[in-house]
Design a protein around this ligand. Structure first.
Ligand code: AHM
Ligand code: MG
Length: 334
């Protein structure tokens, strides 16, 4: 790429030339990117900063919080509360919504995030990330949790930032998927890939195999057939990857294809899955679809699910289209 296009320029052009995004949304995305830069710095400090280890507190999901979960959550809130572009925020780390304080102007957008995804990887120096989703606040005065309960199809922007060997911000505003790599010397995100496309077919799957005995029959069938390789019905050998950071697994899939499954299982039968719909599955599903892939809960398109609560969980199958369709078909046939 001869001329370097910064995230700022990309967004200005999305606003001015293509008319895809209003000014307030552009500001919002710039602020989220700035917050991700700060989180990236904290992640990079590792043991040199006071960022590793447990915070000894539990979040609303009953999970132990890491120090970085809390730091990342605070960075995102502080960065976003005063700009006038938001009405409220919601996060994996907060039970209720965070309404923009009265002393600041209220904007027309709602921001949801998983501030630090892949928490179990923080202390072992493996890729982690921030996932975000933007919705428009429904008309009317005030803002409530109900305003957030919109299907994924209503998102106006979604993305993630992966803190790995490189820090990469991946974004969609409904016009394909673009990737920006953080140039640390310049301090800015530079466009490094546009029109990201996922191949329809793949030989790579990602699932936590240790849960195999808890899976439902259609998931077992799908994975069994992959494992049989050239001798089985799929007539090809598959490879497996599982990073345990959804951001990193999804980033690999956007980069070279693959399929990711975190299905419902019998460990906690009353929960529909492990991953959260509104700030994990929805933004990732939209990115995957924008890149030509597919995302379902085994039965239905994730983006069509009407959420009934903020921290709702969901089964997730996403990635290369033909594999997602096959795994979904196995569920529907069962
Ligand atoms: P987190 O948001 O608390 O980090 O949990 C979500 C993560 C995903 O990134 C990842 O796909 C999954 O949990 C890994 O779960 P497991 O440890 O059960 O394999
Ligand atoms: Mg997460």
């Amino acid at each position: 790429m001869s001329t370097k296009i910064s995230l700022t320029r990309y967004l200005v052009e999305q606003q001015r030339i293509d008319g895809h995004i209003p000014a307030q949304l552009r500001l919002l995305l710039e602020v989220v990117a700035r917050a991700c830069k700060r989180i990236s710095q904290a992640v990079n400090k590792g043991a040199l900063g006071d960022v590793m280890g447990s915070a000894e507190t539990e979040n609303v999901q009953g999970e132990m919080q890491k120090k970085l979960d809390i730091i990342a959550n605070e960075v995102l809130i502080e960065a976003n509360e005063w700009g006038g572009h938001l009405a409220a925020m919601a996060s994996e780390e907060m039970e209720g919504i965070y309404v923009v304080p009265n002393r600041y102007p209220q904007g027309e957008y709602l921001l949801l995030f998983d501030p630090l995804d892949g928490s179990s990887n923080i202390d072992v120096n493996v890729s982690i990330g921030t996932i975000f989703s933007v919705l428009r606040k429904p008309e009317g005065t005030g803002v409530s949790e109900q305003d957030f309960l919109q299907a994924g199809i209503k998102q106006v922007a979604a993305g993630y930032c992966v803190y790995g060997p490189q820090t990469t911000l991946v974004l969609t505003v409904g016009d394909g998927v673009a990737m920006f790599t953080l140039d640390r010397e310049q301090g800015s995100f530079i466009l490094t890939e546009e029109n990201v496309r996922i191949p329809d077919d793949t030989k790579e799957f990602a699932i936590n195999m240790s849960n195999m005995r808890h899976w439902d029959a259609p998931v077992k069938r799908y994975v069994d057939e992959c494992l049989q390789g050239t001798e089985g019905p799929r007539a090809k050998d598959f490879n497996m990857r599982w990073i345990a950071s959804m951001v990193a697994d999804v980033h690999r899939i956007l980069s070279r294809g693959g399929v990711f499954l975190y299905p419902w299982d019998k460990r906690e039968p009353e929960k529909p899955g492990k991953l959260r719909l509104m700030y994990e599955a929805n933004p990732m599903s939209w990115l995957i679809e924008q890149a030509g892939g597919a995302a379902t809960n085994g039965k239905q398109r994730i983006l069509d699910i009407q959420p009934s609560k903020l921290h709702e969980r969901v089964s997730v199958i996403l990635g290369s289209k033909n594999e997602v369709e096959r795994a979904t078909r196995y569920h529907n046939e069962a």
